[in-house]
Design a protein around this ligand. Structure first.
Ligand SMILES: Cc1ncc(COP(=O)(O)O)c(C=O)c1O
Length: 322
């Protein structure tokens, strides 16, 4: 037994106070209650276990991964338990507390200090740093969450199965996207079981995942400057939410449901309202809420930061409710 036995099996709760005017039943899968604080515990654990089982890595070996924070924490936890060394490449948007937790968990934190000069994208700079580290450390292994099929499989067998077992066949499930591992796992589960549930990706502005141009994205974890590796973009239904509305959604969740969730949850709740308004009364809508809000206290939940980056908190809330 270890802390890793606590990964998965997260609660699902009905949220009645958030969008009562929509007339739908709204459910939240509380992925922030995984021991590492996010849904990324699932793919992290699966990738480490599969790498060990296949002999790609041995105890004492070195894993390298790029992450905005959550995957890094999931990997740090799994690597510590399995005696694997870990270097995580993060960037300046990764909160300080996450970096400190990573160090406490025994990971080496390598922080990229400038975005890729050609594209202005932090992710591209992180991936270049991963390649440099792999070359510097012969025998090291890149888990590559962006292409590793154990990422979506962990959600197909885990997050998606748990939501569907709890709710039967909800009308829609909304999932924030970055690597697209989570949404892909849901899509695969729904297809394999022949369910009618609509699986809806929730993306932010300035994300290139679904054919738009990449630009600055101040909220870590959601959106990407890459194309999804697990499906063609046109295969998945998507809703885009502005950064302002995303922040407003977070504040509404806190004010109406006493629930301080991570940045991507704000986008998901806003998209859920828009989808719910198009559905018949009594429909059932599920949302996957990835991480908790403590790591966003200096950004999403700091009125000074919000004012500087986006306008006032009340403007953000208005946009979330528009
Ligand atoms: C806070 C947050 N929300 C959503 C996502 C998107 O999950 P996925 O990478 O499975 O698309 C991530 C991924 O890092 C995340 O950290």
């Amino acid at each position: 037994m270890s802390i890793l036995d606590a990964v998965g099996g997260t609660p699902i709760v009905r949220l009645d106070a958030l969008w009562p005017d929509t007339g739908v039943e709204l459910y939240a899968k509380l992925e922030m209650l995984n021991p590492g604080g996010s849904t990324k515990d699932r793919p992290a654990l699966r990738m480490v276990r599969e790498a060990l089982a296949s002999g790609r890595i041995q105890p004492g070996g070195l894993l390298i991964e790029s992450s905005s924070g959550n995957m890094a924490l999931g990997l740090a936890q799994a690597c510590q338990v399995h005696g694997v060394r870990l270097i995580v490449v993060v960037d300046e948007k990764t909160p300080d507390d996450t970096r400190r937790l990573l160090t406490v968990l025994g990971a080496t934190v390598d922080c990229v200090t400038a975005p890729d000069p050609a594209t202005g994208q932090w992710l591209i700079a992180r991936l270049a740093r991963v390649q440099a580290l792999l070359a510097e450390h012969p025998g090291s292994v890149w888990t590559d969450q962006y292409h590793n099929l154990d990422n979506p499989r962990s959600h197909e067998d885990g997050t998606a199965r748990e939501v569907m077992e709890a709710l039967g066949e909800p009308d829609a499930v909304l999932v924030a996207v970055s690597t697209c591992g989570t949404v892909s796992g849901f899509r695969d589960y729904v297809r394999a079981k022949g369910l009618r549930t609509r699986v809806i990706a929730v993306d932010v502005e300035n994300s290139a995942l679904f054919g738009r141009a990449a630009g600055p994205r101040p909220i870590p974890g959601i959106g990407s400057s890459l194309q999804p590796a697990f499906f063609a973009p046109e295969e998945v239904e998507v809703r885009h939410v502005s950064t302002r509305a995303t922040v407003g959604g977070c504040w509404l969740l806190a004010r109406r449901e006493a629930f301080v969730a991570g940045g991507s949850a704000g986008a998901v709740v806003v998209a859920a309202r828009r989808v719910a308004n198009e559905l018949p009364k009594g429909s059932r809508v599920a949302m996957v809420l990835v991480d908790r809000g403590e790591r966003y206290l200096d950004t999403v939940y700091d009125p000074v930061w919000v004012e500087r980056e986006l306008g006032s908190v009340s403007q953000c809330i208005d946009e979330a409710m528009a």
